[in-house]
Design a protein around this ligand. Structure first.
Ligand code: HEM
Length: 151
């Protein structure tokens, strides 16, 4: 089960790195596409479907594998970040009076945290992967040989 956990931690890491790649894959498109269309769509899809689903599955697998509270929490961080993006950051931007057609300084200040939350998520999944790998190795290490007594 610890190996399955490691595989999912790895998939989650790849999905989060892909999220950064897909941000700039889409952000430079010109002419500017209509809102909700164009090259930024893969970023939106990966962020709102692939990452939360993988995070939820990894969290469940961490619990089943008895990986410990710390790794369970780290597995859930991407899901929490996605919820934060969709239900805190975007609504806060709207509250500043920014719209799809015209943004303002308040909206820009809040939108900056879209990337900061992403950095937190990246830090969490890098740590998660490293610790999941250590856990998988700990489960497969051969028992240390008894010291030779010379008898
Ligand atoms: C789980 C984390 C994230 C989620 C759920 C998410 C979600 C989204 C969504 C739904 C959009 C709107 C797409 C559209 O216009 O149709 C978007 C746009 C964007 N995101 Fe993210 N995102 C995440 C992380 C990041 C990170 C880490 C970065 C930067 C490194 C980033 C940079 C951008 C950029 C540059 C845009 C395009 C803004 C525009 O041109 O209108 N996102 N994101």
């Amino acid at each position: 089960m610890r190996k399955v956990f490691l595989v999912f931690a790895g998939l989650l890491l790849v999905a989060v790195i892909a999220q950064f790649y897909l941000a700039t894959f889409g952000a430079f498109e010109r002419p500017l596409p209509e809102p909700g269309t164009g090259a930024i769509v893969p970023h939106a899809m990966n962020g709102t479907t692939v990452i939360p689903i993988l995070s939820l599955l990894t969290t469940i697998i961490a619990a089943v594998a008895r990986a410990g509270r710390r790794l369970i929490v780290l597995s859930a961080v991407p899901l929490v970040v996605v919820i934060g993006q969709l239900f805190v950051i975007f609504p806060l931007v709207e509250l500043t009076g920014s719209t799809m057609e015209r943004t303002n300084t308040g909206g820009h200040i809040v939108f900056g945290f879209h990337a900061i939350l992403g950095v937190l998520m990246l830090g969490a999944v890098v740590t998660l992967f490293q610790e999941a790998r250590a856990l998988a190795r700990a489960g497969t290490v051969a028992p240390v040989a008894e010291p030779h007594t010379g008898v």
